[in-house]
Design a binder for this molecule. Structure first.
Ligand SMILES: Nc1ncnc2c1ncn2[C@@H]1O[C@H](COP(=O)(O)OP(=O)(O)OP(=O)(O)O)[C@@H](O)[C@H]1O
Ligand SMILES: [Mg+2]
Length: 237
């Protein structure tokens, strides 16, 4: 599946340019942070990678092979919770993989331990807090051992301790061998988690650089202004 090579990817619904010719190469390891202002096309890029959005031009080369049937999973900012228990919500992820019910539940219980939700397994998933639902969604994704995990602002509405917990889980999923592509508006989080940064604006990739270099010496003026604009309020505390 890797390297994933994206060539001149375009998404122009009704003539409106949303993705304006994306070229990218993604190797098989690490955590890549996708940064950029609102409306830059970050979420749409992630959606094209998991097949939720059909690009109107360009192509994605999956390591020279076919697009993977399984192996790419996306977690949204507000994950869907079925009207069922925490355990069932996680276990269901294995159903399309042909895993039997008892084994699904056993593996779901295991992954709930790893995200700290084991004591809540029997509760209704819809009664969990936002941070807990995000951990459930990560558990549900982790369970299927995706090769590529797409995370769209997984900590956007979480408090600092829930955010730290999600960051811990994301690191563990990476350590388990999953490639991660993640959007965030939290630049501190980008420096804590990221190996490299993709900076987007107006449907284009303006920069793809190792995280330290991106923040220390952004090569584009746009990225420099973006970092400057985001950082002052973060450092006022
Ligand atoms: N299916 C679609 N059809 C038409 N336009 C879309 C579609 N999905 C997204 N857009 C538009 O594409 C643009 C980029 O949206 P996207 O959600 O990718 O931005 P983003 O970079 O994720 O921004 P944010 O930081 O606010 O999440 C927006 O103007 C949005 O309205
Ligand atoms: Mg978005």
């Amino acid at each position: 599946m890797f390297p994933i090579r994206i060539h001149d990817l375009r998404f122009e619904p009704n003539g409106r340019v949303v993705l304006d010719g994306i070229d990218l190469e993604l190797g098989g390891e690490g955590i890549t942070l996708v940064l950029g202002p609102n409306g830059a096309g970050k979420s749409v890029l992630l959606r094209t990678l998991c097949g939720l959005v059909q690009p109107t031009g360009g192509r994605i080369d999956w390591g020279g092979g076919e697009p993977p049937k399984f192996g790419v999973t996306m977690v949204f900012q507000h994950p869907m919770m079925l009207r069922a228990s925490v355990l069932e919500n996680v276990a269901l992820a294995l159903k399309p993989h042909g895993v039997g019910r008892a084994e699904r539940q056993r593996r779901a219980a295991q992954v709930l331990e790893r995200v700290g939700l084991a004591p809540r397994a029997a509760e209704s998933a819809r009664h969990l807090s936002g941070g807990e639902q995000q951990r459930l969604a990560l558990a549900r994704a982790w369970l299927t051992r995706p090769r590529l995990l797409l995370l769209d602002e997984p900590t956007a509405s979480l408090d600092p301790s829930a955010t730290a917990e999600v960051e811990r889980i994301v690191r563990e999923i990476r350590t388990d061998g999953t490639r991660i592509l993640m959007t965030t508006h939290n630049l501190g989080q980008a420096t804590r988690l990221g190996d490299d940064v993709i900076f987007m604006s107006a449907g284009r990739v303006r920069e793809h650089a190792p995280v330290q270099r991106f923040f220390a010496r952004p090569s584009s003026e746009e990225a420099r202004l973006f970092i400057q604009g985001e950082l002052p309020w973060r450092m006022n505390f």
